[in-house]
Design a protein around this ligand. Structure first.
Ligand code: SF4
Ligand code: SF4
Length: 281
């Protein structure tokens, strides 16, 4: 860690409320999806696959890979749908997890239920998730079915649950088994979160693992200024993705596949954005 003084980093800056901002973005995106149930078709579908403004098809990157593996080929429609998403996260890296995925919000609510004692660390190393993703792709090849995307994905199941709730409220027919399955898979993730905070996101989730690969090349990254780091590690305590920040301060920047660009480390640091910052440059 650096102890060199840099007068250029000492001026008091206005701290950006990253957590508030990303909660607003998350809720706004969810709100846009919710409008489809009120006949306002700005964003139709789910975070797995959707249509923007009736024209632009969007497809999650892992869903694209898994569906292509199951179909043993790539369709032009899917390719044009995944490209805008891939381009976006080539710029923003794994920001999908910190700014878009509603599980982040649900997991934060579960955190509030847990007693204050130190939560358990994930029982597996982050690399295990790549094996899981590889296994799911192999299963798709063998079964010709995108098992994760169709049945297990939290993105698919959240939207099925929401749609089921809206349909029930409107007295429209629903498939009880589908709703029950979606609820069960979500409940399993919430229970996992209670006992092993962010185990799903840090280690297992194939969607997050895929976007994590984009962090290696994305424009968005964590940058570190030379400044007065006291080694308090408040930034790392705030990081629920287990990213090792302090040991990398001297590197000037950090590209960790588990960083979701949530900004909690920036907020947690006493120097409020002057030592650690998120940067597109
Ligand atoms: S890792 Fe998965 S569940 Fe976690 S925020 Fe990212 S996409 Fe959502
Ligand atoms: S390193 Fe910072 S921005 Fe990245 S996940 Fe951890 S707290 Fe969030």
């Amino acid at each position: 860690m650096s102890t060199a003084k840099d007068p250029g980093t000492k001026s008091p800056g206005r701290a950006i409320p990253w957590t508030l901002l990303r909660r607003l973005v998350m809720l706004a995106i969810l709100g846009l999806f919710m409008l489809q149930y009120f006949e306002v078709k700005l964003l139709v579908g789910s975070l797995t696959g959707s249509t923007l403004l009736g024209q632009v098809k969007l497809l999650d990157v892992f869903a694209f890979i898994e569906i292509s593996a199951a179909a043993k080929g790539v369709s032009l429609i899917m390719l044009t749908a995944v490209l805008p998403v891939a381009l976006l996260y080539l710029v923003l890296g794994r920001a999908f997890c910190g700014w878009v995925c509603p599980m982040d919000l649900l997991f934060s609510l579960v955190d509030k239920l847990r007693p204050g004692d130190k939560p358990a660390q994930p029982p597996l190393r982050p690399q295990a998730g790549y094996w899981l993703a590889g296994g799911l792709l192999l299963a798709a090849l063998v079964t010709s079915l995108p098992l994760f995307t169709n049945y297990l994905s939290h993105l698919t199941n959240i939207f099925r649950t929401i749609a089921g709730g809206v349909f029930l409220a409107a007295d429209l027919p629903v498939e009880p088994a589908v709703i029950a399955w979606s609820l069960l898979t979500l409940l399993a993730l919430l229970i996992l979160q209670y006992f092993y905070p962010r185990f799903w996101c840090r280690v297992l989730c194939p969607v997050g693992k895929t976007y994590g690969l984009f962090n290696q090349v994305s424009l968005l990254k964590l940058r570190f200024n030379r400044g007065d780091c006291e080694g308090c590690e408040l930034c790392e305590h705030k990081c629920y993705m287990g990213v090792k920040i302090v040991r990398n301060l001297d590197q000037g920047k950090l590209r960790d596949p588990n960083c979701i660009y949530c900004g909690r480390c920036v907020e947690g640091c006493r120097h409020k954005g002057r030592l650690i910052r998120m940067s597109l440059k």
